[in-house]
Design a binder for this molecule. Structure first.
Ligand code: NAD
Length: 423
């Protein structure tokens, strides 16, 4: 069966400016709660360093394209900047800034010694062959080289990039340095610890099961986005006893009320490139997935997925944000008013950056831990952070998002104040 897969981003994806407005709104709420002054508030709302680069790419037929690339370090008060690299046609400087800000809060919330960064290249990787992708990645590294380094700024995979991309970055940076510097990226080599996206999904599973507050046996789940994070989150929740009834990707959604055969679906996606057309499930529209009467909804695609337009129809009791920034502030209010608990991105999907940090510590020390040790440490950090957020939320009457931001923004503000402003 052949299915038309739309090449354009659906209209529900907000623009980069909207993503940044959402991030600034969430910062503003936390700053109000913490009583931060205007100067500090402005500082926390402004990236320390932003770089926009033009990346020439030699295509297979010999002609040259030029695409825009970005790297933003939002904050480095608590440690080197850390954050993913995204290849997506909708990427712009506002989106990358919003995502970098989210990384600052995520690292501070988990209390790992990193600041926040993000990178992006405005390109659809599906339109490039592997050699073109490699040339693009290596050239992007050359363009942003002054910002990078194991003690400075450490990329990891995000939408449209993976461990192969990270391996090219590692090599391009090391070639420039004249010696191998494996600590310049994380997520380049699967196997040593659970891959970064695997760790993100494991963290989403831990957050979802904690928030569920009952046995996962038979709890129904819908997952938007069947990429690196979404596919494994679906699998891990199914492994825990949940019934994953619907998943979607850019092509549309598939639904099986009795539970999807995820291994079969993955095989179909590997063959066809998309979920739509999987013959053991019914087709659903993008919006219909959000309207399913399920226990848990996991947005694991892009930002701006749940807006004031579709939030009133969300029936899930729990929204666990695998994606970064999937819920707009207006939607957040609607969900809260309707009794839906939202486990926010900076808490729910922190497993990836926690494992990245553990991987980086091992590389920097040239000393390996066992996979079990790393996984146990990640589970402890996730569980501790979850308990801290839910305790503060209950004590102060805040949503989980507000409480998570109060803790994270408070830690970064404290780091600024302790170090004072130079000069
Ligand atoms: P990916 O590119 O591997 O997968 C994205 C998936 O979303 C694809 O299946 C795509 O088809 C689907 N998608 C895109 N738009 C959609 C739409 N409108 N409706 C339904 N599906 C849609 O990306 P990923 O690495 O899995 O990242 C997904 C989200 O998780 C992003 O927000 C990313 O920032 C966040 N995240 C990723 C990591 C990581 O380690 N990769 C860590 C933390 C957070």
């Amino acid at each position: 069966m052949s299915v038309m897969v739309p090449s354009k981003t659906p209209a529900q994806i907000t623009s980069g400016r909207q993503a940044l407005d959402t991030a600034l709104y969430q910062l503003g709420q936390a700053a109000d709660h913490l009583g931060l002054g205007d100067g500090l508030r402005t500082m926390l709302g402004t990236p320390r360093r932003s770089l926009t680069v033009s990346v020439p790419v030699r295509r297979a037929d010999g002609h040259m394209d030029v695409v825009q690339g970005y790297r933003v370090q939002h904050n480095v008060s608590r440690g080197p900047a850390k954050g993913g690299l995204r290849f997506h046609p909708g990427t712009d400087i506002h989106q990358v800034t919003a995502l970098a800000m989210g990384m600052t809060w995520k690292c501070a919330l988990a209390d790992i010694p990193y600041g926040g960064a993000k990178g992006g290249v405005a390109v659809d990787p599906a339109t490039l062959d592997i050699r073109e992708l490699e040339r693009l990645t290596r050239r992007y590294v050359n363009e942003i080289l002054p910002m990078m380094g194991p003690d400075n700024d450490i990329p990891s995979p995000d939408v449209g990039t993976d461990e192969r991309t990270m391996a090219w970055i590692l090599d391009a940076y090391s070639v420039n340095a004249g010696h191998a510097l494996p600590g310049v990226v994380t997520g380049a080599a699967p196997g040593d610890s659970p891959g970064q996206a695997g760790a993100t999904s494991r963290g989403v599973q831990i957050a979802a099961l904690s928030a569920l507050g009952r046995s996962p046996e038979g709890a129904t789940v819908a997952v938007q986005g069947f990429g690196k994070v979404g596919a494994l989150t679906a699998q891990y929740l199914a492994d825990a006893g949940c019934k994953v009834v619907a998943v979607s990707d850019l092509s549309g959604a598939v639904y099986a009320p009795g539970g999807l055969d995820l291994a079969g679906l993955r095989a179909w996606v590997a063959e066809s490139g998309h979920v739509l057309g999987y013959r053991h499930a019914d087709a659903l529209g993008h919006d219909e997935l959000f309207e399913l009467d399920v226990d848990v909804l996991v947005p694991a695609a892009l930002e701006g997925a749940i807006t004031e337009a579709n939030a009133p129809r969300v029936r899930a009791r729990l929204v666990v944000e695998g994606a970064n920034g999937p819920t707009t502030p207006e939607a957040d209010e609607i969900l809260t008013a309707n009794g839906t608990t939202v486990v926010p991105d900076i808490l729910a999907n922190a497993g990836g950056v926690i494992v990245s940090y553990l991987e980086w510590v091992q590389v920097m020390q040239a000393y390996s831990w066992s996979v079990e040790q790393a996984e146990r440490r990640m589970r402890d950090l996730m569980a501790g952070t979850y308990a801290e957020v839910t305790t503060l939320a209950a004590r102060r009457g805040l949503t989980l998002r507000q409480a998570a931001h109060v803790i994270a923004v408070g830690r970064v503000a404290e780091a600024h104040q302790t170090r004072a402003l130079l000069p």
